[in-house]
Design a protein around this ligand. Sequence first.
Ligand code: PXG
Length: 472
Amino acid sequence: MQKNLDAYWMPFTANRQFKQAPRLLSRAEGMHFWTPEGRQILDGIAGLWCVNAGHARPKIVKAIQDQAAEMDFAPPFQMGHPKAFELAERLVELTPQGVNRVFYTNSGSEAVETALKMAIAYHRVRGEGARTRLIGRERGYHGVNFGGISVGGIVANRKMFGTLLGGVDHMRHTHDPARNAFSKGQPEHGEELADDLERMVALHDASTIAAVIVEPVSGSTGVLVPPKRYLERLRSICDKHGILLIFDEVITGFGRLGSPFAADHFGVTPDMMCVAKGLTNGAVPMGAVFAKQFIQDAFMNGPEHLIEFFHGYTYSAHPLACAAALGTLDTYADEQLLTRGAKMAKSFENAVHSMQGLPNVIDVRNIGLVGGIELAPIPGEPGKRAFNVFLDCWEKGLLVRTTGDTIALSPPLIIEDSHLAQIVDTLSGAIRRAGGHVQSSNHHASAAAPIHVSESTHAAVNTAVRATAHAA
Ligand code: PXG
């Protein structure tokens, strides 16, 4: 191992703590990582919600190797290469009906910036230049660039960075443990929170609002599943007022919920979708915005020799990324992975809900192959209990993710029952050992306690996320 770890300023990491006791990964295959010492680690979070087909899949590896030898780079502006077009064709076969245009980026954060700019510019090119306002949601995570943190709602990600974008407003988040704790799948209560968008219209007037952006299922803030009928209601309010609906599917895209996209799973089609992560199985950085055709059509005015949309990246449609994405789509198709989550969802649900009743478990949430287990914070030390669980799991050979005091699970879609059993075994042991200030778990979401708990956990998310947690 390197002697000096100082030079690398690590992202979303407690650098000083990490460098005292580094956690290194040096090899990966299938459902597992290995440490440099050869310790096997079960990957409970698909790397970082991205390695949906599992690690080192042969078709993806070969596609990248071949492409690197054939053509390393091609300029993306005023030029193209065949795989960029082939990939877009393949992608729009998978996207919901009508969403058939693809704009490439290199990350989820860039996909978000692209979608927000596209939305504002779309209204302008059709003569509604006053529609510039962007609506996000509390606890939303849309990456780390200025647009994304502005519409996002995670305080720790925003407070250090000045005034952010102007003209942004936020709907309330949908997390309501007092009414919904221990819901399996979509919670019953909270549909009416979509009406916050109506209030924004009443406050700002629809003629000033360009778009609303939400994660269909919020991942980073601790796995918040949308209440039943909530997304449908948001869609109809957008339709009523001519507001574009953007789904940030960076986590939910490519099979995470058991359908190709969350839009399919919930039967709600947005006007634009942001994707990344599972697009290339995490193997090469790539993101994209999928847009309905009418959005692109609106730009196709004016003299034909002029650029229609002044936006793009040096590495848009990078050949290595396109090759990796094509290999990824082949792998998904060969093994029907984009719907495999639906087959595994029930046993996954049973596995995560088996944690109910363990010390300090105050909520369990799940949908598809995403699970969140929320722990009561250690008084005065928000985020620490979950972080202790993370460290314990790591010692015992399981990689999980924590955010605030929520433990998130999002395994590769190739997961088998035996892996689920190992996850339950290791994680439940770690939760027991993290007992400390034991507080009896709330079996039925009825008592008054959860209200208090929700306040403290919300505080935990605001203060601790990305300090300890996003840092894990
Ligand atoms: N949108 C969503 C919904 C995301 O989850 C991004 C945008 C940004 O993507 P990039 O590729 O720019 O990182 C994300 C990223 C976590 C965690 O632990 C989640 C993400 C990133 C880092 C950590 O939950 N999601």
